[in-house]
Structure formats: C-alpha cells, structure tokens
Design a binder for this molecule. Structure first.
Ligand code: THU
Length: 140
C-alpha cells in the first residue's frame, strides 16, 4: 500500500482517539477505514455504563460506512492506548471486530496496527483471522 495513504489514515485514527468516550476503561482507540471508493470512514470506541453496549472503534468505522451503503474496503488503521499515556500499544482488533471485517472484506484487506506514522505493522485478514466463517459458508 502507498505509504502516504497509510500515513494519512494514521493521522486520522490518531485524531479519533481524542474523541473516544471511555470513562470506564480509559483505553482510547481510533480507527480509519479506507473504502475502495477512496473515502475514509473514521471511528472511536464508545463505552456505556451498562458495559455491554460498548462499541469498538473499528466497528464504529465499519457501521458508519455500511450505513452509507459502502461495503467494499481496502484497509483499516487501528491505534490504541491509555488515555493519559503518550506511548501507544500495538492494539489488535478484538474477535468481534475481526468477524465484522470478515463479513465485508476480502483476503487482501489490510489491517494496519499503528503506534505512530513511522511505527506500524501491516497484516492481511487471513493472518489475523485464519479459517474464518463468513458469507461463503452460508451461500457457497
Ligand atoms: N477496544 C476497541 O475499540 N478496539 C479494539 O481493538 C480493542 C478494544 C475498546 C473497547 C473498550 O472501549 C476499550 O477498548 C477497552 O476494552
């Protein structure tokens, strides 16, 4: 993938961390999802006092896109770390978010786990979700 595009996605994901709603975990995650049409859909995690309604940054981004009738994607950047820390962790998507990616993404979809614009790792979907269950299992 083009490095300039990756850096732009990282910058957008970093910006989204600042508006995460995380009064319970104080773990802020930002995501920037690049659609095949060139548009970028951003997301942050949004927590809830009842805990289970919490949604991850990645799913926020996917559901924003899909709710605008966009269903084809190239890559997602994910950035996560504690709200009060400048040092980010490599933040891998949870299992539920991996399954949502699986619904809409092909094997060449890139998952980019970033700490900064110069420090990131790139994975494909089968690398982080091998032997996945998806629409093909139901419809062939
Ligand atoms: N979280 C995400 O938003 N994405 C991930 O990939 C991992 C976890 C959120 C959910 C919750 O608000 C907080 O991080 C702690 O689990």
């Amino acid at each position: 993938m083009d490095e300039k595009i990756i850096k732009d996605l990282i910058s957008k994901a970093a910006g989204m961390r600042k508006i995460s709603y995380t009064p319970y975990s104080k773990f802020n995650v930002g995501a920037a999802l690049l659609a095949k049409n060139g548009k970028v859909y951003t997301g942050c995690n949004i927590e809830n006092a009842s805990y289970t309604p919490t949604i991850c940054a990645e799913r926020t981004a996917f559901f924003k896109a899909v709710s605008e009738n966009v269903r084809e994607f190239t890559a997602i950047v994910i950035m996560g770390g504690h709200a009060d820390s400048d040092e980010l962790e490599y933040c891998f998507p949870c299992g539920v978010c991996r399954q949502v990616m699986s619904e809409f993404c092909d094997d060449d979809f890139n998952i980019i786990i970033a700490k900064s614009e110069d420090d990131y790792k790139v994975y494909t979907l089968p690398e982080i979700l091998p032997e996945r269950f998806g629409p093909k299992d139901l419809f062939g």
